[in-house]
Structure formats: C-alpha cells, structure tokens
Write a protein that binds this ligand. Structure first.
Ligand code: ATP
Length: 436
C-alpha cells in the first residue's frame, strides 16, 4: 500500500488558479469516463519542492488516447496521439501543452475488482521511472482530488535531498539515467544516494554508458547544458567518469574550470546587452566543453553524437576561423593599434554568435570584450542605403563590381565618413570617377 497524504490545500495555495482549475477539469473528465487520472512525475515533485513547473504529465488508468481525444473535444484542444506508445499530447488554444500517458492495460486481468487492479497498474507504471523523486502521483478525480500516492518513498527522498534509483538494474535498463541523475542532483542541489552512485559507477565501468546511442546521448547532454548553471553538472560528469563515455579526449581540468567561470561571466554580460539576436547558450557551453579537442577529435564527437549537419557546420565549421580572427584582434589591441569600425566589421561579420562568445571567454580580455560589444551593438546591423539598381543607374556594371562598391560604401558608413543617403550616392559617384 502506498503512503497517502492529502495535498488539496497545499495545491490550492501553491499553484496559480488556472492550473488548479485545469487539474479539476481533468479529474472531472476522468470521473465522466470512469477512469482514474493522476498527475505524475516532475510536476508533482516540483509542487512539493515549491518550484514553478507548468509542464503537466498525467497518467490515465485506462486508454489515455481516448481520454485525451474526449477531453480535447470538450475543451477545444488539438490532440496529437502516438498510438504505438498509448500517449497523446493535448495542445490548448493558448499554446499550453499537456502530456497524457496510459498505464498498461494488460494488468486489467480481473475487471470485477477495478480499484486494486488500477492501483497495482499505476504502481507498476511508476516503477519504470528513473528516480524515486519522480514517482509521486497526485490523484485528480473529484472524490480523491489532491491525494498524493507515494509507492517508493519519494517524499522522504525529497526531504533528504536524495536522488535514488528504484532498483539495482535501473542503469542497466537505461544507462542514460546516469546523465539524468546528475542533472537532477545539480539542479535541485541534491545528492546521489551512495548505493545509487555505486550502481552508476558500475554501469560506467561495465561500458554500458559509452554504448548509449548518439541521438540519446546528445539529447541528455543538451538537457544538461541547458540547465541554469551547467558548470557543476559538467564537473560532476567528469568526477563520475561520464565525460570519457562521450569522447576519450574529454576532461575537466583546472583550465576548463577557468574557461567555464569566464564563460559564465561572458554570458551574463551578453544578456545585459539585450540584443535581439537569438542565442542558444547550450551551444556555447558545448564549445567550451569541447575546448581541448583538436579538429579530428572534434569531428569524432560530432559524429558520435550524430549532430545535425547544420549545427555542426555552424559551430564547428567556423571554429578555427573565428578563433583566429579574435586572436588577430587581441594582438592588434596588445600592440596598441587603433582598429577602425570597418576593420572590426570585416573581421567579425558572419561569425556565428556562439563562436564569438566562446572566443571571448577563451581570451579572458576585457578590452576585446569591449570591441566585440561595440561590434554587436553598433555595427553588426549597419547596412548601405543605396541599392544595387541605383548603383547600376550610376553606371556600375552588373556583377561583382556592385558588391565591391557596396562594401566600400558600407565601410565609409561604418567609419562615419558618410551619414545620409545623398552622401552615399555622392561618394559612389566619386569612386566611379576614380576608377575610370
Ligand atoms: P524537467 O523539469 O527537466 O522537465 P522532468 O522530471 O519533467 O524534468 P522529463 O525529462 O521531462 O523530466 O521526463 C518526464 C518524466 O519521465 C520524469 O519525471 C521521469 O520520471 C520520466 N523519465 C524520463 N526519462 C526517463 C528515463 N530515461 N527512465 C525512466 N524514466 C524517465
């Protein structure tokens, strides 16, 4: 029998009113269809920890897809079913999402005693989860609304701040849980239970983690690098021997420590620039993690992780060039050389942002940061005001000459030699005359 506790009051106090209402609606649908509905997983964990989490996962003791479709029809939601898994995603008109799963129906062996069989099947379903803290279930049906079911001691582990697997074969069943364990441990400031840590280390020693497929490994790594502060998690990965499972050349030494600390500062600084350019910070952390690898090793990692071609091209293809250009700037600064806007623009234009930020963290030089900031905030978006057609009308021949002319006009604009469109046209005329 699971431990039970009534959370109805806590839930109403901690959750926004519309979330509570949604939970009630789901419970009512369950009542109408005669099935038990439970919120499960991260949502319940975070409710108890009083952390915001609006990603709701529910489990239906019965046919989850049928439940989702009926609920969707009643409330004007789109429903995307996955027949093979017995799951569905419900998308609300305002874009919010809800994941619906089914407990496995084969446990309905004696329909006469429904409640116990249902309960047993929910328990079995939760037993397949990764850690005890993710096994808590919250009943949403009206009569038992807010009753917390705790089959595996999840509440105690939440209190003790412990990440614990449910059984000894957990990492053998699914070695990606090694990464998940670290992610939860670091995010929540929890500790791996010592026995769980032993099991994790055994799985690493047995070579199970290094055999995880590229796509799944990449998925877990991205999730870790998307955490608020990935540094501690990466350090912990190193400590538990997970980095070599990605690539044998990966380490986290004192120099990595310094680079990661610097990158934290660079990313914070970048946020304060409030630029519109979209940035995925995880890609910058990824670059920092790969910092020690030479080009062939880098390629091996990308292949191992089955990194999509486009991403690989973006952050790997330009790596060498970007670092060289920043190095060039740094040396020029070192010599006390003046760098004009147009020179700066020519060096940095077209460089992927994540590479610039990674390069900045690597250089650790404030002066260079000022230059890059000047480029990003003042220069990156500057465009010449004269069109190709207008240049043709002035007599510039079609083809590469147009481009060269536009570059010269842009340089003059960047360096403050011209401002208005008329001035730009005037300069174009002058340049054409000079070239004749
Ligand atoms: P987050 O707040 O990061 O979304 P979450 O707990 O919701 O955390 P997800 O990765 O979205 O984590 O997974 C949802 C639930 O599915 C988890 O609570 C977990 O119990 C279960 N789960 C996910 N991956 C696994 C796995 N590899 N093995 C077992 N259970 C898993």
């Amino acid at each position: 029998e699971p431990k039970q506790r009534d959370l109805a009051t806590l839930l109403r106090r901690r959750l926004p009113a519309d979330s509570v209402q949604l939970l009630e609606l789901l419970g009512n649908s369950g009542d109408e269809q005669g099935v038990a509905v439970h919120a499960v997983g991260g949502f319940v964990r975070d409710l108890l920890l009083d952390l915001p989490n609006l990603d709701l996962d529910i489990t239906i003791e019965g046919d989850g897809i049928f439940f989702a479709e009926t609920f969707g029809e009643q409330h004007g939601c789109r429903v995307r079913p996955h027949q093979a898994f017995g799951t569905a995603v419900v998308v609300f008109p305002d874009g919010r999402k809800l994941d619906v799963a089914s407990t496995r129906l084969e446990y309905y062996d004696s329909p006469g005693v429904l409640p116990t069989v249902e309960r047993a099947s929910l328990r079995h379903d939760l037993y397949r989860r990764d850690f005890t803290i993710n096994t808590l279930a919250l009943c949403l049906n009206h009569d038992r609304f807010g009753v917390l079911l705790d089959f595996f001691g999840g509440q105690k582990d939440l209190q003790d701040k412990t990440v614990r697997v449910l059984h000894n074969l957990s990492f053998v069943e699914d070695p990606t849980r090694a990464f998940r364990a670290i992610r939860f441990e670091q995010r929540l400031s929890f500790q791996l239970d010592p026995h769980t840590e032993g099991l994790l280390r055994s799985a690493v020693r047995a070579g199970l983690v290094e055999r995880v497929g590229g796509k799944r490994l990449m998925g877990e790594l991205i999730q870790i690098l998307k955490e608020q502060e990935p540094t501690l998690a990466v350090k912990r990965m190193a400590q538990l021997g997970l980095l070599p499972c990605i690539h044998t050349g990966l380490r986290f030494g004192p120099d990595s420590e310094q680079l990661f600390a610097e990158l934290e500062r660079v990313l914070a600084w970048y946020q304060l620039l409030y630029l519109e350019t979209p940035l995925e910070p995880w890609t910058v952390w990824f670059l920092a993690l790969m910092d020690r690898l030479d080009s062939p090793q880098y390629l091996e990692v990308c292949q191992r992780l089955m990194m999509p071609e486009r991403l690989m091209e973006r952050i790997f293809g330009h790596r060498h060039k970007a670092l060289k250009r920043l190095q060039h700037l740094r040396q020029a600064l070192g010599r006390g050389q003046e760098i004009s806007n147009s020179q700066l623009y020519t060096l940095l234009h077209g460089m992927p942002l994540e590479l610039l930020l990674y390069g900045l963290a690597r250089s650790g030089q404030d002066e260079l940061r000022r230059l890059v900031s000047h480029y990003l905030t003042r220069l990156a978006e500057v465009k010449s005001l004269v069109s190709g057609t207008e240049l043709q009308d002035l007599g510039v021949p079609r083809g590469p000459a147009i481009r060269t002319m536009k570059e010269r006009l842009l340089s003059a604009r960047l360096d403050g030699l011209i401002a208005s469109k008329d001035e730009e046209l005037e300069l174009a005329r002058q340049l054409i005359v000079e070239q004749l």
